[in-house]
Design a protein around this ligand. Structure first.
Ligand code: CUA
Length: 441
């Protein structure tokens, strides 16, 4: 008996060590894609629901496991056991009905908050502070749009994201910019296969489906009312410059950040490389960003676009310097403008690929796969250059199966020159093009 019991306790020791190492070993909860450290009401609601379910199921596990372990130990066969065989019953109505009743009760305990959470996450709030008119003071907002929250159309492509801001007339790709503490209404659809929008710290997943538009709302950080509630400041009328200041510094210190998102539905070769970012900024910073996106870019040498194109057509040799060379490639041999828009440039209006307006100001390229965010949150320009260069040179290696490579027949540039020779971009040309793209900021 002694040996069995020792063996059992040793097993328990190993087992608990195994659990601690495997479960807690990966337990840094505060990672950049953690669902446990939430930064917004949707993610918070989802976390609360998850934790409720965890505790309920944990309680069931303890009770059922406890009874099981008790029975195994208490009624196990012992050496020289001469106890009679227990009676072989066929169920006990009281126990069975009791267990069914308990299950129903527990399911109800989970179901009610689940339904509440579904309603909460489905209905975009319509309080006054969430409306764009309440906080947006940039130019050109149509009157009826002021009554809506900020709307972003999220469109999934293999393997990148378009973010359109219909109220503001701008489009960006892979790095969305949203204001802290404000409701953002998302309309999600896909042009090819099913993708899924997942921004872990701010909101859980909603699928992007071809042929239908799904909707969700997100919010980075609490709104003013919720923040006051969490501070224990009661009464809806509580408002003062000091409170507003406290709220503003909460947003500044805890919410303004660069958040990591990921496509969460298998969508082909490079699904794992279909990432995105959300930059959460202050209201004024958001307005400045919008204004910048609307203006877009001029020519590298300061001529008007008309003058530049006249020179380009008449005698491109006169357009000198790395950036002009890069732009010439962008418009010509590399065929970039066929698929990409660069706001400002009247002839770069392609829509098949990501919008490249201010691409040089983004902290990653290739849908978040190649990063150049410096420690201080700015741009590591050396890394950025390298990323652009590698991306243009080996697009297919960095993102297998991507359409930029496939549509060009396996490379960037003219495939065959006038002598029938392959004429893909040379390293020198890729260098110029990289420098040009880097200058778009
Ligand atoms: Cu898109 Cu996975």
């Amino acid at each position: 008996m002694k040996t069995i019991s020792n063996g059992f306790y040793r097993f328990l020791q190993y087992f608990s060590a195994f659990i601690v190492v495997t479960v807690l070993g990966g337990c840094n909860l505060d990672t950049r894609m953690s669902t446990f450290v939430t930064k917004g009401p949707i993610a918070e609601e989802q976390l609360n629901l998850f934790m409720l379910t965890v505790w309920v199921t944990f309680a069931i596990f303890i009770i059922v496991g406890g009874v099981f372990v008790y029975a195994v130990i208490k009624f196990r066969e012992r050496p020289n056991d001469d106890r009679p065989m227990p009676s072989q019953g066929h169920g006990n109505p009281l126990v069975e009905i009791g267990l069914i009743g308990a299950s129903i009760l527990l399911l109800a305990v989970i179901a009610v908050p689940t339904l509440q959470a579904i309603w909460f996450t489905q209905e975009t709030p319509d309080d006054v502070e969430s409306r764009m008119g309440a906080w947006y003071s940039g130019e050109e907002l149509a009157e009826e749009e002021a009554e809506n929250p900020l709307i972003i159309k999220v469109i999934g492509y293999q393997w990148w994201w378009a973010f359109e801001y219909p109220q503001l007339g701008i489009t960006t790709a892979n790095e969305m910019v949203i204001p802290a503490g404000k409701v953002v209404h998302l309309e999600l659809r896909s042009v090819d296969v099913i993708h899924s929008f997942w921004l872990p710290r701010i909101a859980g997943k909603v699928d992007l489906i071809p042929g239908r538009t799904n909707a969700m709302w997100i919010q980075a950080g609490d709104n003013f009312a919720k923040w006051k509630e969490k501070q224990g400041i009661v009464g809806p009328d509580q408002d003062s410059p000091e409170l507003r200041e406290g709220y503003a510094s909460y947003l500044q210190e805890e919410i303004h950040n660069y958040y990591y998102g990921q496509c969460a539905e298998f969508c082909g070769d490079s699904h794992a490389r279909m990432l995105f970012r959300a930059t959460v900024v202050g209201d004024r910073e958001f307005e400045a960003w919008v204004a910048d996106e609307k203006i877009g870019h001029g020519t590298p040498d300061g001529r008007s676009w008309d003058e530049w194109y006249t020179a380009y057509e008449e005698n491109p040799e006169q357009l000198t310097g790395d950036l002009n060379e890069g732009l010439k490639l962008f418009m010509g041999r590399a065929k970039c403008a066929t698929c990409h828009t660069v706001k400002g440039n009247p002839r770069a209006v392609g829509v098949a690929g990501p919008n490249l307006t201010n691409v040089g100001a983004r902290l990653s390229i290739a849908a978040g796969w190649l990063n150049h965010r410096a420690e201080d949150g700015g741009i590591d320009t050396e890394q950025q250059y390298e990323n652009f260069f590698n991306w243009l040179k080996e697009t297919d290696v960095i993102k297998p199966g991507n359409l930029m490579w496939e549509a060009n027949g396996g490379g960037i540039g003219e495939l065959i020159d006038e002598h029938g020779e392959p004429a893909l971009l040379t390293d020198e040309e890729i260098n110029k093009l990289s420098l040009y793209l880097q200058s778009l900021k």
